[in-house]
Design a protein around this ligand. Sequence first.
Ligand code: ADP
Ligand code: TRP
Length: 332
Amino acid sequence: MEEIILTGIKPTGKIHIGNYFGAVKPAIDLAKQQNAKAMFFIADYHALNYLKDKNKFSEYTFDLAATWLACGLDESNLFFYRQSDIPEIFEINWILSNVTPKGLMNRAHAYKSLAEENIKNGKEVDDGINMGLFNYPILMAADILSMKAKFVPVGEDQKQHVEITREIARIFNNLYGETFILPEEKINKNVGLVLGLDGRKMSKSYNNTIELFCSEEELRKKINKIVTDSSNPNDPKNTDCLIFKIFSLFANDNQRKEMEKRFKEGISWGDVKKITFQTANDYIKPMREKYMFYKNNPNKVEEILRKGCEEARNIAKIILNKVRQNIGKYNF
Ligand code: ADP
Ligand code: TRP
């Protein structure tokens, strides 16, 4: 049986270069390398526990779809779909809720860290926390288990969610008989944390991002804003700095070696920034063009997602039938 690699991304904002190098690119590379069936989806209903603005919700969902497609996702080679188009996931989600111990959810880090934060700030433990956030790991388990996924490429921050998925699958299988495949997380150790313009982790929440598909002008402005030290243009420079790290994301081996050499010889920060912009822009430009194509052709995106939905539903329907049978759902 062909093994399935599955991953999803939530549409909670425009994709930044941290998301690209940390999540989008590794998943696309993995799908190309592995001799396995890849399934990528937009985890749109996962965003609802956080996003309440309907215009942003649709904008970010569409934007994420266009981004995946622009970044080299080859939809003829994999299933690409939108979570909310697969009703089977939500039925499985409900059934799984009934075998999931509440304590397991109490320990899930998204909930736990907010609850701890509330206590620290003298608030009521569940202040501002909705049930969507609390139940989030069960929906993620349903995403994974309904598609028979074996490998789940995710960032380190999602490891616990895949462990929880395994635990829920194990409990269900023990109660009702072998039904679900136990999935494994695939953490890409080569991908470090991409740092933002202020030197902290690049994140929407810190407002320190470079959007992957911002305009050339915006890209130049953001790169120019990166803080450097006050050394003179001819002084040799240390490559252990933010601008070099950002440059390295986009540079090939030769470009990186050349830049290292120039750092040793002495180069002005102005020139470093110019070269960084040029290198980043050359890397992003062909993808940006594709992105603009999809942004201007929403029907094409919709068509691709609909096809992916049909294919994914064919798998989910088989699993759901098995689940219904195994729990003893009575059909006349
Ligand atoms: P954000 O922190 O901007 O809200 P998300 O939590 O939505 O980003 O992350 C989406 C995906 O991108 C996750 O798989 C996460 O591991 C990855 N990711 C986010 N920020 C970074 C970063 N700075 N470096 C590497 N990967 C990242
Ligand atoms: N929780 C993941 C994140 O925040 C997104 C996600 C939802 C996901 N369902 C998934 C990832 C299933 C992998 C598999 O990044």
